[in-house]
Design a protein around this ligand. Structure first.
Ligand code: ADP
Ligand code: ASP
Ligand code: MG
Length: 407
């Protein structure tokens, strides 16, 4: 029997009516003869609301307790969806991540899936039930504590489960029609892509295209599970994220990210080991550093700039100040008002010129580039945060992404 793993995001289960719509869609798939596993997110903004509540009762909530709290969001949805499905006369059982056998590392808030023991899911399917699984969560088999996978983590739950259950593909139902050439809420003229390669989607997602969590794309690529991103509001085709695509355009899409801040350590003595002494304590503190730029050495001194998630900037600054003092650097400065815009496309591997076109377009709009980084299929620029909408729109237009649906 065919097996489908469907994931429904927060907006798609935001209220009772939408939960009934999701139930109807799951039931339709089931009645068409497929086994169905539905992975669900917390309702609407409820993860944010739980985080706000935690911040009201505690200045520094304990990571274990925060995960206990946040996992409750998905638990509410899974039970409601199961009830709604049962009302259609179809047997349905809900399982928490732990009950579904999703084993993770113990890093609360950022746990990684290490293994899926999907026996209970399979048993449910064998009994002819629809199985509803709470997304975004798992259990650390060592401590037996529940964990969460990081924001947007239900996508990772779904694709990992699809792989563990050998499903043909994974369906991600969301509040847009698919993956667009840019965030359609920022660029109204963005067009839906018919298909995008795992490699490009991984770059787009890592560069801020929030429609898929990067780790879900990694799972898709590693286990070759095609991902169909589509609307939960209608039946139209969405975007297929898969290994090979028909075309390899030079620019497939544009992503942006305003969730990082920039830190500069200036007048650092330009000697071996200084960069290591700066970045080692940051890594030990679990701070993920994204772009790094070291400027040209002058008089034996250099400036080092890097970006970190905004949420971690205070800790990063404190760490950098200690190191700056220890290595006798000039000091540390922080800029919270930055944003990153990235251009992604497989064709960049073989065709040159995209970087210069990107820089020219930004310059024509009077937008200053503060940092640049590249991969073989991506160019990213850090710019002033207040220019990000203009930059994304200008690049979308200038690099020829407007117009008919592309694939
Ligand atoms: P869900 O709750 O279903 O997981 P998300 O909010 O996580 O939904 O992801 C969908 C959102 O991703 C869209 O509403 C859209 O604003 C945003 N997004 C960012 N970049 C893109 C893109 N390139 N294509 C489509 N959506 C994008
Ligand atoms: N509810 C979680 C979040 O808001 C996980 C998810 O929706 O994928 O990040
Ligand atoms: Mg999401």
């Amino acid at each position: 029997m065919a097996l489908v793993v469907q994931k429904y995001g927060g907006t798609s289960v935001a209220d009772a009516d939408r939960i009934r719509d999701v139930a109807r869609r799951v039931v339709d798939t089931y009645k068409n003869g497929s086994g169905v596993v539905a992975v669900v997110s917390a309702m609407g903004r409820s993860t944010d609301e739980l985080l706000e509540l935690a911040a009201e009762v505690s200045e520094n909530p304990h990571p274990r307790e925060l995960d206990m709290l946040l996992t409750a969001g998905e638990r509410v949805t899974m039970a409601l969806v199961a009830m709604a499905i049962a009302d259609f006369g179809v047997p349905a059982t809900s399982l928490t991540g732990s009950q579904a056998g999703i084993l993770t590392t113990g890093r609360h808030g950022q746990a990684e899936i290490v293994e899926i023991r999907a026996d209970r899911v399979r048993d449910g399917l064998d009994r002819g039930e629809v199985v509803i699984v709470a997304g975004f969560q798992g259990v650390d088999p060592g401590s037996k504590d529940v964990t969460t996978l990081g924001r947007g983590g239900s996508d990772a739950t779904a694709v990992a489960l699809a792989s563990a259950l050998s499903a043909d593909h994974c369906e991600i139902y969301t509040d847009v029609d698919g993956v667009y050439t840019a965030d359609p809420r920022v660029v109204p003229s963005a067009t839906k892509l018919d298909e995008v390669s795992f490699e490009e989607m991984l770059e787009l997602a890592s560069a801020g295209a929030g429609v898929l969590m990067p780790r879900s794309v990694e799972f898709g690529r590693r286990f070759n599970i095609p991902i169909h991103v589509r609307s939960s509001f209608h039946d139209g085709d969405g975007t297929w994220v898969k290994e090979e695509t028909m075309e390899q355009p030079v620019v497939r899409g544009i992503a942006h990210d305003d969730s990082e801040a920039k830190l500069t350590v200036y007048r650092v003595p330009d000697t071996p080991g200084v960069a290591a002494s700066l970045f080692e304590p940051l890594a030990d503190a679990g701070i993920t550093v994204d772009m790094i730029v070291q400027n040209v050495s002058q008089d034996g001194f250099t400036d080092i700039s890097f970006t970190v998630p905004l949420a971690m900037i205070d800790v990063a600054q404190a760490q950098a100040e200690v190191v700056a003092e220890a290595v006798d650097a000039g000091g540390v400065s922080v800029d919270r008002e930055i944003a990153k815009v990235s251009v992604v496309g497989l064709g960049m591997k073989t065709e040159s010129g995209t970087a210069s076109r990107m820089f020219r377009i930004l310059s024509d709009h009077g937008i200053n580039i503060q940092m640049i980084s590249t991969s073989p299929i991506r160019i990213s620029c850090v710019i002033s945060g207040d220019k990000i909408v203009e930059a994304v729109s200008a690049l979308h237009e200038g690099l020829g992404l407007g117009g008919e649906s592309t694939g």
